[in-house]
Design a binder for this molecule. Structure first.
Ligand SMILES: Cc1ncc(COP(=O)(O)O)c(C=O)c1O
Length: 428
């Protein structure tokens, strides 16, 4: 594509979709095909995908495509007719969780799953007040948009929301470390709960990503989650783990919440669940969902339809058969080692974090002050794209390189990524 072609496409996009629909990269990528960890653009260039967690089993995995086409060519309705697919899928999905989490409701997007989780928590606790972190995003419904520091909700925040600092061991609260740091961050949760009581707002729960992915993927101080959740439960609230990003093997375990060994009351799922097909879910203790359903009938026209369930089932099967959770752990460890090696040679890397195939590289202006280097992060992301490697950035300061390749990422892929990043950082 010529420069003029790209310009025409971008202009057409803006005319039809309007401004405010951001594109990745200063030079947008026009993708036309994907396969495994590879993406191909309209000019035949190939990119190593180090960003997309949704096609978790690899782009256009043949078994997922086949499952989709077979069911789409047979029947697609909704969940008000009997069908085995939803039951087979529910059984397989729930078998991946702690036995206490034994019920599931299906929807289409992560936002819907979180919205439903909030309703379930409200009905079961009689509460209204929710806690989230101060650098997060959980979705775009009116209710979920309140638990969101990245975009201001229309009309502002309600009285029923409290944002607590996310547990960051790198730019740590009061320069604390270890148990003291975990206590200090957990105490912020306690203070938020107390402030609800003072304001006369009954408490419903805490909704957080268990690995704080959008916050910048911190090394969570050990013990933090157990302490924070203990405060939540003592006050009668529920712990909702948003696993929309961290679920389905991403962290080298099936679920992000397994890192802390605290079993949530409710787990929300999305993104990789259908490897690109829109399916999401709420997994919870049975009593919580049953009690909710006694108050309100939840129906989602597309959620849990036979095609979605066939696709989601194929995703689970591929993760199991290709041992992708183990692969995420193994290759992830290898990549983390390589990134730490890069850190020893590049002053701009302040911190390297991650688990499984999910990494954050915190770029700084100065290692002593830890001043976030957002401009550098942006430049590196754009330069990597020019060198055929796709990634992005996140975090409260927008300075953390974010990498989440498909779970079939290999050591060879890792070497290409690390060598390219080395060169780009050197040039930067
Ligand atoms: C942690 C988290 N939860 C929920 C969502 C919302 O998911 P969806 O865009 O499918 O509604 C996102 C989206 O980025 C997310 O990162």
């Amino acid at each position: 594509m010529t420069h003029a072609d790209v310009h025409a496409l971008t202009e057409r996009r803006e005319r039809l979709l309007g401004p405010g629909n951001p594109l990745f990269y200063d030079e947008p990528v026009h993708l036309v095909r994907g396969e495994g960890v590879w993406l191909h653009d309209a000019d035949g260039n190939r990119y190593l995908d180090c960003y997309n967690n949704v096609p978790c089993v690899g782009h256009c995995h043949p078994r997922v495509v086949e499952a989709l086409c077979a069911q789409a060519g047979t029947l697609n309705t909704h969940t008000r007719y009997l069908h085995e697919n939803i039951l087979d899928y529910a059984e397989s999905l729930l078998s991946k969780f702690d036995a206490s989490l034994d019920r599931v409701a299906l929807a289409c997007t992560g936002s819907e799953a979180n919205d439903l989780a909030l309703r379930v928590a409200r009905v079961n606790t009689g509460g209204e007040g929710f806690i989230c972190t101060n650098a997060t995003y959980h979705g775009n419904t009116t209710a979920v948009g309140q638990l969101n520091s990245i975009f201001q909700p229309i009309g502002g925040y309600g009285e029923h929301i409290r944002m607590v600092p996310w547990p960051d061991a790198y730019r740590a609260l009061n320069d604390l470390s270890g148990d003291e740091l975990a206590d200090a961050y957990a105490d912020e949760v306690k203070q938020a709960i107390d402030s609800f009581a003072e304001a006369g707002i009954p408490f419903a729960g805490m909704l957080v990503c268990p690995i704080f992915a959008n916050e910048g993927l911190p090394d969570v101080p050990p013990g933090y989650m157990a302490k924070a959740v203990a405060h939540v439960r003592e006050a009668g609230g529920l712990y909702i783990a948003d696993e929309v990003q961290s679920g389905f093997g991403r962290t080298g375990r099936w679920w992000g919440h397994q890192q802390s060994a605290v079993v949530p009351d409710i787990v929300t799922l999305g993104k990789p669940m259908g490897a690109g097909h829109p399916i999401s879910g709420v997994v919870a203790r049975g009593a919580l969902l049953d009690n909710y359903r006694a108050h309100e009938m939840y129906f989602n026209t597309f959620g849990g339809n036979p095609v979605s369930c066939a696709v989601a089932m194929a995703v689970l099967d591929v993760i199991d058969d290709e041992e992708l959770v183990q692969n995420a752990a193994d290759v992830g460890n290898y990549v983390l080692g390589c990134f730490n090696d890069l850190k020893s040679r590049h002053e701009s890397i302040g911190d390297v974090r991650g688990s499984g195939l999910f990494f954050g590289i915190d770029l700084v202006e100065d290692r002593d002050t830890k001043a976030p280097a957002a401009d550098k992060a942006r430049a590196v992301v754009n330069e990597m794209r020019r060198h055929g490697v796709l990634m992005s950035k996140i975090g409260e300061h927008d300075n953390v390189l974010k990498l989440r390749p498909p779970l079939c990422f290999s050591r060879d892929n890792a070497d290409q990524l690390v060598e390219t990043l080395d060169r780009v950082l050197e040039a930067a």
